[in-house]
Design a protein around this ligand. Structure first.
Ligand SMILES: [Zn+2]
Length: 456
């Protein structure tokens, strides 16, 4: 009896894994037009898989790559859950560094190796197969489902927000679930309830109209490289705190329960040093590593240039210099306001004798939801049932702009229930997805829609 059950299980499981292998064979690289037909082929494969599991699929054209949607028959007395994913992948380059071909999935040591395995095909296919299992067993789902998978996430989702706006009524939902973030470790269910925002700017400092001889003119005209160094050094004090007036005014303080929860999952210092290769840790005084990365804003120089960069010395005063800056923002900070504060700060401290130009780059607000809300608690229960332990409640330091689009356009929270392990190598050679996580993802979907169905 038991043997038979296990036998069935394995047969069923193998079919799921076969599906994943088929899906990963498409080189659905969105950024490179050579792959346009492969991207479409991938969307069509997904669409037929959606039909096969018992949802109704549709392919929606956009000015770029299509969006694929699957729905069950909706009824008014059920909550509506959108599950989001992306079927496009990063380019596989550099191909030489892969141990096996990126679009010929290889199963080895409990992992499947292929471009797109973790980011994001494995994760959202798990959700689809979970829905298929529930439909197969019960003939119905406890929730209304909008399973939406786009093909342009890796190029910044240029057509997703317009699509959301245009189809706002059809996409009306109560909550969104996304598996495209990380887990703190194998078997450790992780609920990400906050993300940092970002704001970028480039500053150019302009001095003489051409590079000058530093002997003939040095001391008599201002040097743009010296000037920009002075401006950059005015951003922080020695304790790592940002000195721009008003920068911290709106920062939402870290709650006590967060401090406690995060202290339990703090990497030890040596692990962080190992991971980063940095000679020493440094950050704003008075905060732990997780607090600094997840809930404190930063000001970073991402690139800096000006003057002679070649071999040997060249005695020159460059005509201009530049710096590329980005600011990671936390809840309640406004990107536009922050960029204006920084600009004002630079205007006050710029040295004499130079002209300064500013170019504002892309920006996005931070995201925060209450993990103790009704849907938040449902997600926590689903994670607990799936992984047999209390989920880790974390924020992440990066930004996921679509989460903000969902909030802005559809006015709903996003449950970020990631299945990516720290060593999954997304965007790098040898990307892989743990097969255990694939099956856990299927169970997570089943638990999640059950839990959400029950709170209504
Ligand atoms: Zn990605």
């Amino acid at each position: 009896m038991q043997e038979e059950a296990i036998g069935n299980n394995i047969i069923m499981n193998e079919k799921h894994l076969d599906d994943l292998v088929s899906y990963l064979k498409f080189p659905s690289v969105s950024t490179d037009s050579h792959y346009k037909e492969n991207v479409r082929g991938c969307a069509e494969w997904l669409s037929s898989k959606i039909d096969e599991v018992g949802l109704e699929a549709s392919i929606h054209e956009t000015p770029g790559h299509p969006i694929v949607i699957g729905k069950n028959k909706h009824s008014e007395d059920k909550p509506t859950v959108m599950i989001y994913g992306h079927y496009d992948v990063q380019p596989a380059d550099p191909i030489d560094l892969w141990d096996s071909p990126p679009f010929e999935p290889l199963i080895k040591d409990g992992k499947i190796y292929a471009r797109g395995s973790t980011d994001n095909k494995g994760q959202h296919l798990a959700h689809l197969l979970g829905l298929g299992e529930t439909l197969n067993e019960n003939g119905d789902l406890p929730v209304n489902i909008i399973y939406l998978v786009e093909g342009e996430e890796e190029i910044g989702s240029p057509n997703l927000e317009p699509f959301l706006i245009e189809n706002k009524e059809d996409l009306d939902c109560d909550v969104i679930a996304v598996s495209d973030t990380g887990m703190i470790g194998p078997g450790m269910g992780t609920f990400t309830y906050g993300l940092r925002g970002v704001a970028c700017m480039e500053v150019k400092v302009i001095g003489p109209s051409k590079d000058l001889h530093s002997g003939v003119f040095g001391g008599a005209v201002a040097n743009p490289c010296n000037a920009i160094s002075k401006m950059i050094s005015s951003l922080h004090d020695l304790d790592g705190r940002i000195k721009v007036d008003g920068f911290y005014d709106r920062v939402k303080e870290i709650e006590d329960w967060e401090k406690t929860a995060w202290s339990k999952i703090e990497l030890n210092e040596n692990e962080t040093l190992d991971l980063t290769g940095a000679p020493e840790l440094f950050g704003e005084t008075g905060f732990s590593d997780n607090e600094r990365r997840w809930s404190r804003p930063t000001a970073e120089v991402n690139g800096i240039g000006g003057g002679y960069q070649g071999e040997g010395s060249k005695t020159v005063i460059a005509s201009e210099s530049f710096v590329k800056l980005s600011f990671r923002l936390v809840p309640e900070q406004d990107p536009e306001e922050i960029l204006n504060l920084v600009r004002y700060h630079f205007e006050q401290c710029k040295p004499k004798g130079v002209r300064v130009e500013y170019e504002m780059g892309h920006s996005g607000k931070a995201y925060l939801m209450d993990p103790q809300s009704g849907y938040g608690l449902a997600a926590q229960r689903a994670l607990r049932n799936t992984f047999d332990s209390d989920p880790a409640l974390i924020r992440e330091g990066g930004s996921i702009p679509i989460v903000q689009s969902f909030k802005d356009v559809l006015n709903v929270d996003t449950l970020l229930l990631g299945l990516a392990l720290p060593d999954c190598q997304i965007h790098s050679p040898n990307e892989n997805f743990s097969i255990e996580n694939f099956y856990d993802g299927i169970r997570l979907n089943r638990n999640l829609i059950n839990e959400i169905g029950m709170i209504h």
